[in-house]
Design a protein around this ligand. Structure first.
Ligand code: UD1
Ligand code: CA
Length: 452
């Protein structure tokens, strides 16, 4: 099979500098959804017809298996397919898809391609409000005789509810022949791909129709409103798939997956969480409300409390994270690590059972096991020009309000007194502290307000 994806349209109604087909649904460009559906059919060739200003499209999504045909100027859907013809293989069937109709399912396309054996197959759907679409005109016997565009339709034809989704499949040789015979003698002076239907009738080629699983599959995007509508549909489907796999969602209407979310058994996700890129939640993970996870792995039995933000990080099993924890790229927590509120970790490896429960910044650090990091601890990892490492060995205790001026090492079992500014290594098993001696002035009086 050959697949042609039409993506040359300007998308004026998006009011955006970003080409329409690059706008995202579920974290992925519209046209990438279509390409993925296309690829799942293992076609001989996939050709994308792009238009003026579409170089960004090509630059963003190019891949070795894609062919590109520039359509400039844009003279209609038939003209668009013509531009693709030199790039198509000799496969028997050609399938035409739209780059701005992202929800189309591989199963539906397989059905359509099957119907296109020695026939022209059209994906149609009955719409309560068919306005704007090409109508499927059938004869008394119920056979399709032509497609008439809204702008060319009579009042009777406009009353037809069965519409052309635009997605068609047909023998490649016929397509080439019919495209050569298209004219632009119509209301829009465009070369309509839909005119091949009349030609198929005239040439005695069978016309078959197939239907999608639901209207949602063939919804296109022309505006930000439609983009948002499709986003909700896509998210609903993702949520349903997760629940079918056994994930418990507090509310399937309040989860956003913008990438791939892989869950083990008995995962629970509370409301308003956002998952981006590839996120893995192992068995029995619990995600509290309003967490954001991007390219992260959370180990079995770990709990993330509300408002935790995890990016490019790994949480081991049985972790206790948040609320308001921030794990930045390069954070790797081993089993049973606790990270509490307003604790930020970056490029930090933390071994098992260590805890940083309150208000801390741990960057460029290697932390051993069973380490306790007190409130207000800061690794001073940056001198304004370079980054340096902090190493804290097993069983160390870091008192509150401590600054560790890297590079610096805290030895195994060491204790740092509260308020220490550590500039030299702290030896193992000893108390180290830097602190002005405390003094009290007996009889000292507070200043009094002067009377004027
Ligand atoms: C087309 C169909 C109509 C169908 C509707 C479904 C024709 C003549 N009409 O109408 O029957 O009901 O889609 O949405 O085919 N495109 C190009 N180059 C062009 C023109 C369009 O690449 O010169 C692409 C667009 O980017 C878009 C798709 O083709 O992805 C459809 O174009 P659009 O202008 O929306 O077609 P309609 O006139 O709405
Ligand atoms: Ca359209």
């Amino acid at each position: 099979m050959n697949i042609v994806i039409l993506a040359a349209g300007q998308g004026k109604r998006m009011h955006s500098n970003l080409p329409k087909v690059l706008h995202p649904v579920a974290g992925k460009a519209l046209v990438s959804h279509v390409i993925d559906a296309a690829r799942s059919l293992a076609p001989q060739s996939v050709c994308i017809v792009y238009g003026h200003g579409g170089d960004a499209v090509r630059a963003t999504i190019d891949a070795p298996d894609l062919k590109w045909a520039l359509q400039e100027p844009q003279l209609g859907t038939g003209h668009a397919v013509m531009q693709a013809m030199p790039h198509l293989g000799d496969a028997e069937t050609t399938l035409v898809l739209y780059g701005d109709v992202p929800m189309i399912q591989a199963e539906t396309l397989k059905k359509l391609a099957h119907a296109a054996r020695n026939a022209l197959a059209i994906l149609t759907v009955e719409l309560a409000d068919p306005s704007g679409y090409g109508r499927i005109v059938r004869n008394a016997a119920g056979d399709v005789v032509r497609i008439v565009e809204q702008k060319d339709a009579s009042a009777d034809q406009r009353a037809i509810h069965e519409i052309n989704t635009g997605i068609v499949a047909l023998p490649t040789a016929r397509l080439a022949e019919w495209l050569g015979r298209l004219s632009n003698d119509n209301a829009q002076q465009e070369y309509y791909l839909t005119d091949i239907v009349g030609m198929a009738v005239a040439d005695g080629v069978a016309i078959r129709t197939a239907q999608p699983q639901g209207e949602w599959e063939v919804l296109g995007v022309n505006s930000k409103v439609q983009l948002a509508e499709l986003e909700r549909i896509a998210q609903r489907r993702i949520a349903e798939r997760l629940m079918e796999q056994g994930v418990r969602l507090a509310d399937p209407a309040r989860i956003d997956v913008r990438g791939e979310l892989v869950c083990g058994r008995d995962v629970f996700i509370d409301v308003n969480c956002v998952f981006e890129g590839k996120v893995v939640l192992d068995e029995a993970v619990e995600i509290g409300p309003s967490c954001v996870l991007k390219n992260a792995t959370i180990g079995a039995g770990s709990r993330l409390a509300a408002f935790s933000h995890i990016e490019e990080a790994i949480v081991g099993p049985d972790g206790v994270i948040g609320p308001f924890a921030r794990l930045r790229p390069g954070t790797e927590l081993a089993a049973g690590v606790h990270v509490g509120n307003f604790v930020e970790l970056k490029n930090a490896k933390v071994a098992a059972q260590s805890k940083a429960n309150h208000l801390a910044y741990i960057g460029d650090a290697i932390i051993g096991s069973r380490v306790n990091i007190g409130a207000g601890t800061i690794t001073c990892n940056y001198d304004g020009a370079n980054k340096f490492k902090t190493i804290i060995e097993d069983d160390a205790f870091i008192g509150s309000d401590t600054q560790l001026v890297a590079p610096v090492t805290v030895g195994r079992g060491a204790t740092l007194g509260a308020g220490t500014t550590l500039t030299k290594d702290a030896p193992p098993d000893a108390l180290t502290l830097s602190r002005a001696k405390q003094l009290s002035l007996p009889g000292w009086k507070r200043p009094q307000k002067v009377k004027k």
